[in-house]
Design a protein around this ligand. Structure first.
Ligand SMILES: CC(=O)SCCNC(=O)CCNC(=O)[C@H](O)C(C)(C)COP(=O)(O)OP(=O)(O)OC[C@H]1O[C@@H](n2cnc3c(N)ncnc32)[C@H](O)[C@@H]1OP(=O)(O)O
Ligand SMILES: O=C([O-])CC(=O)C(=O)O
Length: 376
């Protein structure tokens, strides 16, 4: 038994009123609203408003909020130039990280020091509006396609799909992505949110905090797992090969992407929503093998290790079935989570205290003389 919490497991590092992650019950709510109800009754715009303002909007407030978001989508020309010139084989998450960092150069509100909360709120909205455009424009640029002008008549999900495909999406595709956005919006002190809080907690600026969060989300133990799931399914290839593949991973102590969670000890409450959409979409496409393979992996992992699917597991099949390129899966997670990061940064700065945990020192106890260069 260790005398410290490796990976800060179980450590409560702050208070938050934003999302309640009930790990033993498998429940998730934002500001007191269960995500099941938010998925049934709200759109992503309402959830963004809820997270940023602490309450659901009325019709007029929602309309104004959405208008504000839709009219904040334009990117500075220098960022567009960067997206056109970035290497075509770069990871879209790296491009997004750099793009968001660049946005800070062109925003006068991005300054170090005591936070101005109104300015932070405005900057947060502008980042939320622009993140999807950075992802979509880079995708089009790397494919050698034109960058369609920004539109203000489409919702966030519709606009993103419109930009990556160059044509208006179906209502069903928009609804699917909107639900995915809602369930990815916030999740307590997850690793990327912690990064954002640590960074803004030094009174650095919101762009630095968002940049840190994006870099953290990218890793395969966090948001990057959704891409790993599709790579794994493609590698397995056939339904009758699943059992042998999983057994081999277990034997070699290789992790199965999209399975397991630090906080949920039961099924992640977001997974059933994504699983349902994945079943419907793969049926429509006449390609049930992806969801069948996923279900079998989940079944074996539960039986053999007591581990459940997490949010990344079925989202992979949902995005794949929508025809979205695999390396845009984690950027889509980032698009949705930008709302949560923004809300968490604002909350952090309303009552800030520097994060500064300790390490248990395990190096030499006695100091020693520095040997001259010739003797090392
Ligand atoms: C949005 C999100 O970030 S959700 C998480 C996305 N990440 C993934 O899906 C990657 C795969 N999953 C994992 O790596 C882990 O389950 C994590 C990182 C999510 C949580 O991990 P932790 O709470 O730190 O658990 P840890 O990694 O220490 O694993 C504990 C035990 O379960 C096993 N385990 C955990 N997850 C998995 C997995 N996906 N596949 C196989 N074994 C696993 C570990 O090998 C370890 O076994 P051991 O005790 O026999 O050595
Ligand atoms: O909470 C976590 O550790 C990871 C997660 O599920 C998320 O960020 O959505």
């Amino acid at each position: 038994m260790s005398d410290y919490a490796k990976g800060l497991e179980g450590v409560i590092a702050n208070e938050s009123a934003l999302s309640d992650v009930k790990g033993l019950e498998g429940k998730l709510s934002y500001l007191g609203y269960d995500i099941d109800d938010l998925v049934d009754q709200c759109c992503f715009g309402e959830v963004c408003y809820l997270l940023l303002n602490g309450r659901l909007p009325n019709a007029r407030e929602l309309k104004n909020f959405q208008q504000k978001l839709r009219h904040s989508r334009d990117l500075p020309p220098q960022v567009i130039e960067f997206l056109k010139n970035a290497p075509h084989d770069a990871s879209p998450m790296d491009v997004l990280r750099t793009g968001v960092s660049m946005l800070g150069l062109y925003d006068k509100r991005s300054k170090i020091g005591e936070p101005d909360h109104d300015a932070l709120y405005e900057a947060a909205i502008s980042i939320m509006a622009r993140v999807p455009v950075i992802v979509a424009y880079y995708h089009r640029a790397r494919m050698g396609l034109d960058l369609p002008p920004i539109r203000t008549d489409l919702s966030g999900a519709a606009h993103f799909l419109y930009l990556i495909n160059g044509e208006e999406p179906t209502e069903a595709a928009v609804k699917t992505l909107d639900i995915a956005y809602i369930i990815h919006a916030d999740h307590g002190m997850n690793a990327s949110t912690f990064s954002a809080r640590v960074t803004c907690g030094t009174l650095s600026d919101i762009y630095s905090a968002m940049t840190a969060a994006i870099g953290t989300l990218k890793g395969p133990l966090h948001g990057g797992a959704n891409e790993g799931v599709i790579h794994m399914l493609e590698k397995i290839g056939r339904e009758d090969k699943v059992d042998a593949f999983v057994e081999d991973c277990l034997e070699r102590k290789k992790k199965i992407m999209g399975i397991g969670h630090r906080v949920y000890k039961v099924l992640d409450p977001r997974a059933p929503h994504l699983q349902k959409m994945a079943i419907e979409l793969t049926e429509e496409l006449g390609e049930p093998k992806w969801i069948n393979m996923s279900n079998r992996i989940a079944e074996i992992m539960l039986e053999r290790k007591g581990l459940n699917a997490n949010v990344d597991f079925y989202s992979a099949t949902v995005y794949y079935s929508l025809g979205i390129p695999t390396d845009l899966f984690t950027p889509i997670f980032a698009i949705a989570r930008t709302a949560g990061w923004a809300a968490q940064i604002l909350e952090q700065l309303r009552d800030n205290r520097l994060y500064r945990p300790l390490t248990k020192y395990v190096g030499p106890q006695e100091t020693m003389p520095v040997p001259p260069m010739s003797e090392r």
